[in-house]
Design a protein around this ligand. Structure first.
Ligand SMILES: Cc1cc2nc3c(=O)[nH]c(=O)nc-3n(C[C@H](O)[C@H](O)[C@H](O)COP(=O)(O)OP(=O)(O)OC[C@H]3O[C@@H](n4cnc5c(N)ncnc54)[C@H](O)[C@@H]3O)c2cc1C
Length: 404
């Protein structure tokens, strides 16, 4: 006899989505999170419009701002607005305190047992079940286990999926919440056309593989910078330099509400299924290496995981979990591989960042493609293919120079 069908470690978007969907399918689910919700999570909070369609409930009530596109600042300083003409499908900005709390409440509403403030110290598999041990030494057993515990996944480490995310496999980030008031947020991030939506600002060139950002929340700016972990020494000085120039440009002296550092993976875990265990979200390395976006992928992997878990429970066959691996490769990993290609090319050098920003500025179709890609209107694979084809046709010499 086990305590439940599925144990989920981690109540971020990946874990709470898997918990809700598995509970809706009739499985008994226990979800552990070391935090008490609402909890702070360093995140810029940008979500594409299609996140709405992945969820089976409304998230409009917690939206902070409507987003109609992104503005890129090239290494030499020129500005490129990437805004879709069709503004009927905007993205939005959320605060993770609100968003993750809502998703967790929805998992509880569907029947999952949520155990907050409970850290899992280790996990193991027996032949017929899984066991997790809390920091306090309590053991809980289940038929299957989901590692939704983020980049430092204790589930993945305990069960030998990997030791950690080394060198170029992760990004390090600084995220600062700066209170400036809603009028200033609008002045800095509002659409220049006056249309009632805001833009995500991305600044390239200050970091050799990364960028700085300014994302608009209701009265607060999420300011930050990220770069590849193996170049982490650059991060703080580059952020300070950028922040000082940013403040000078807008003549502001924000009140800093938080200043945190965090990491996110940019490569996929070699294995995402082993025996009776599945990895989802950041624990599986499902983050876009070009944009740093991982919320949609976390939710989507939670959905795919729940359907494989349902099959495994109903058929009493752990091998059914392999379906998750297949689905995830087809739906998520192939998309992320396309963005890894784009990221490696774009961030390869300041020259490449400059060349591509110029192309996005001067070629209207390239501008449309990047806006549609970031907004989620075209698949990431289509974005890579169409962007490369366009570049080869319009700027063949530059296209070659990007790749060598
Ligand atoms: C600075 C920064 C900015 C970002 N900005 C964006 C953005 O704008 N848009 C976007 O789409 N993505 C963004 N991301 C990426 C995004 O935050 C992640 O991809 C997403 O949170 C992954 O969700 P998850 O559920 O897999 O993991 P998480 O959200 O990390 O959740 C993991 C959960 O597991 C819990 N946990 C961990 N260990 C244990 C344990 N041992 N026992 C119990 N519980 C445990 C944690 O408390 C946490 O609640 C950003 C990331 C960073 C670092």
């Amino acid at each position: 006899m086990v305590d439940c069908d599925v144990i989920i470690v981690g109540g971020g978007p990946a874990g709470s989505t898997a918990a809700r969907r598995a509970s809706q399918a009739g499985l008994s689910v226990v979800l552990f999170d070391k935090a008490r919700f609402p909890r702070y999570k360093p995140c810029a909070g940008g979500i594409r419009f299609d996140v709405d369609s992945l969820l089976d409930f409304d998230i409009k009530s917690i939206g902070q701002r409507k987003i109609s596109g992104a503005t890129m600042f090239a290494p030499s300083g020129f500005r490129v607005d990437c805004i879709l003409e069709d503004r009927s499908v905007p993205g939005s900005i959320i605060k993770r305190e609100d968003f993750d709390h809502l998703l967790l409440k929805k998992a509880a509403e569907a029947g999952a047992e949520i155990r907050e403030d409970t850290q899992i110290a280790k996990a193991r598999e027996e032949e017929s079940h899984v066991v997790v041990t809390t920091k306090e030494g309590e053991e809980v057993t289940g038929m299957y286990l989901v590692g939704a515990d983020g980049i430092n996944s204790i589930v993945a480490k305990s069960l030998g999926f990997y030791d950690g995310w080394q060198g170029d496999s992760a990004m390090v980030a600084i995220e600062v919440e700066a209170e400036v008031g809603s009028t200033t947020v609008r002045e800095i991030c509002g659409e220049p056309s006056g249309y009632d939506a805001d833009l995500l600002l991305l600044y390239f060139g200050g970091l050799s593989h990364g960028y700085a950002w300014c994302f608009p929340k209701r009265t607060v700016l999420s300011l930050g910078a990220c770069c590849r972990q193996d170049r982490g020494g650059e991060l703080r000085p580059a952020y300070e330099k950028w922040y000082s120039a940013f403040k000078d440009e807008y003549g502001i002296e924000p009140q800093i509400l938080s200043d945190t550092a965090a990491r996110f993976p940019i490569k996929r875990a070699k294995n995402i299924v082993k025996g009776r265990t599945i990895l989802v979200g950041d624990a599986a390395g499902l983050v876009d290496a070009f944009t740093g976006e991982g919320i949609p992928e976390a939710i989507e992997s939670g959905i795919l995981a729940s359907s494989a878990l349902n099959k495994a429970v109903k058929e009493a066959n752990p091998r059914s979990l392999r379906e998750y691996e297949k689905d995830c490769k087809r739906e998520i990993i192939s998309e992320l591989n396309a963005m890894e290609f784009m990221a490696n090319m774009f961030y390869k050098s300041r020259k490449n960042m400059e060349t591509m920003c110029r192309f996005f500025r001067d070629d209207s179709h390239a501008n449309f493609l990047i806006a549609a890609g970031i907004g989620g209107l075209v698949t990431k694979k289509a974005l890579r293919r169409k962007m490369m084809l366009r570049m080869v046709r319009k700027r063949p010499r530059e296209a070659i120079s990007l790749l060598i």
